[in-house]
Design a protein around this ligand. Structure first.
Ligand SMILES: [Cu+2]
Length: 116
């Protein structure tokens, strides 16, 4: 094989390797939408602040009107189950996971279910 051909092949291989590395980096974060039992802007703030303290959480945005939270997280640091557990620990239902009773009872009345 000619040196030029080998050089071309090497370049092609490096480009492929670079592409797959890039793809992995892209896939290392995920965004999920979780159904939650939030009632108002106070809930929004409480849940968003709580989640942002979690390792691996990049972004957390509650939409009060739809009672959902959109979370962007690092897949190597956390996962959907951990996020649901954290929300439940703050006092809110998260998808099928019910809120922690003790935390829920500590919420202001207006933030409990049907509280507004
Ligand atoms: Cu509230």
């Amino acid at each position: 094989m000619k040196a030029k051909t080998i050089g071309f092949l090497l370049t092609a291989m490096l480009m492929l390797a670079g592409n797959s590395l890039f793809a992995q980096k892209e896939k290392s974060t995920a965004t999920t939408v979780i159904k939650i039992s939030s009632q108002c802007d106070m809930c929004k703030k409480r849940i968003e602040t709580g989640l942002l303290y979690m390792p691996g959480v990049k972004n957390a945005t509650v939409t009060v009107a739809t009672s959902t939270i959109e979370v962007k997280y690092k897949k190597s640091k956390t996962n959907l189950k951990e996020l649901e557990k954290a929300i439940a620990a703050i006092g809110y239902d998260a998808n099928d996971l019910p809120a922690d009773t003790e935390a829920y009872n500590k919420l202001p009345k207006c933030c409990q279910k049907g509280g507004h």
